[in-house]
Design a protein around this ligand. Structure first.
Ligand code: IPM
Ligand code: MN
Length: 356
């Protein structure tokens, strides 16, 4: 029997609740598909600060590297907001991404027909939207040096090398080949040198992918086009901070940020996490939507383990619960037949995924 080891990082806020549901679903499909997943828990963010004083203890990096994949919930909360930057929960996550060298963050956005009314946008604009944000994750202004806060002055540096752009561009073109053959590269080349290098490099890489169509779009225009006509996009290729912003914007096409999963991949490791945060205001109440985390677990099965059929089971089960009108609180006003708790939603998806 095939065996996979998964590092589980529950984190803070709603993190533990949503990870528990993803594990429930993974256990249900692994029984059906005849593989076994064992879990090793590790601390990150506020949970790690409380125990060790460090948002990312060395042991967490070791556990993550010793496993076949990392499944992560969410981190952060008001309790740790006033700590110095290098001690904040977010720094733990950024260091984990960097340590695992997961440079490609894939954020698929699809609009489920059943939830067309959940978005603040018109259903006719949204119907059929299916796009993938490919965000560079371990470079750009998040990591550039120098950075600092000195008296009345503070600064960060946005830097990309051609190698960094090349490898993320390749990922985007490869994904486009498996989807609808179009890449939209998003930058601010009319103002920033770093964006001009980005654009030049993407053009070079495009020569190896002449079957895929490429367009360039400025970030401000892209932010507008994404809500004007989201169906024009297939793969959106962009840097770290533009991808962060565009993916939160894109989540509103689907109706709830509680629906969007992500996969962060590199040469060797994979980190799977919902795109949303730790939502401390609703933690512990059983009302968080576990779908983004469950869908991230499905991406882990597909991308990291090649367990396509198991992943299909989960994706179909998610569609089915939504079709049947089960909704967590975030979506309770949209064609809900029954409002369910976090744990009930996980159980329903586990049950449907087993029946497929
Ligand atoms: C995300 C988050 C993170 C980011 C934060 C928590 C550091 O917003 O995964 O999108 O900015 O990358
Ligand atoms: Mn974000």
């Amino acid at each position: 029997m095939k065996k996979y080891k998964v590092a589980l990082i529950k984190g803070d806020g709603i993190g533990p609740e949503i990870i528990d549901e993803a594990v429930k679903v993974l256990d249900a499909v692994s029984v059906k598909e005849g593989f076994e997943i064992t879990y090793k828990e590790a601390l990150l963010g506020g949970a790690a600060i409380d125990v060790t004083g460090d948002p990312i203890p060395q042991e967490t990096i070791e556990i993550a590297k010793s496993c076949d994949a990392v499944l992560f919930g969410a981190i952060g909360g008001p309790k740790w907001d006033n700590l110095p930057r290098d001690k904040r929960p977010e720094t733990g996550l950024l260091k984990l991404r960097k340590a695992l060298e997961v440079f490609a963050n894939l954020r698929p956005v699809q609009v489920y027909d059943e939830l067309l009314n959940a978005s603040t946008l018109k259903p006719e604009v949204l119907r059929g939207t299916d796009l993938m944000v490919v965000r560079e994750l371990i470079g750009g202004i998040y990591f550039g040096q120098p950075r600092g806060y000195e008296g009345d002055k503070a600064y960060n540096t946005m830097v990309y090398t051609k190698d960094e752009v090349r490898r993320i561009a390749k990922v985007a073109f490869e994904i486009a080949r498996k989807r609808n053959m179009k890449v939209t590269s998003v930058d601010k080349a009319n103002v920033l040198e770093v964006s001009q290098l980005w654009r030049d490099t993407v053009e070079e890489v495009a020569k190896e992918y002449e079957d895929v169509s490429l367009e360039h779009m400025y970030i401000d225009n892209a932010a507008m086009q994404l809500i004007r006509d989201p169906r024009q996009f297939d793969v959106i290729l962009t840097g770290n901070i533009f991808g962060d912003i565009l993916s939160d914007e894109a989540s509103m096409l689907s109706g709830s940020i509680g629906l969007l999963p992500s996969a962060s991949i590199g040469e060797k490791y994979g980190l799977y996490e919902p795109i949303h945060g730790s939502a401390p205001d609703i933690a512990g109440q059983g009302i968080a939507n576990p779908i983004a985390t469950i869908a991230s677990a499905s991406m882990m099965l597909r991308y990291q383990f090649g367990e396509e059929h198991a992943a299909d089971r989960i994706d179909q089960a998610i569609k089915q619960v939504l079709k049947e009108g089960y909704r967590t609180k975030d979506l309770s006003s949209f064609d809900a037949k029954e409002v369910v708790t976090t744990s009930e939603m996980g159980s329903l998806i586990a049950q449907y995924a087993s029946q497929i």
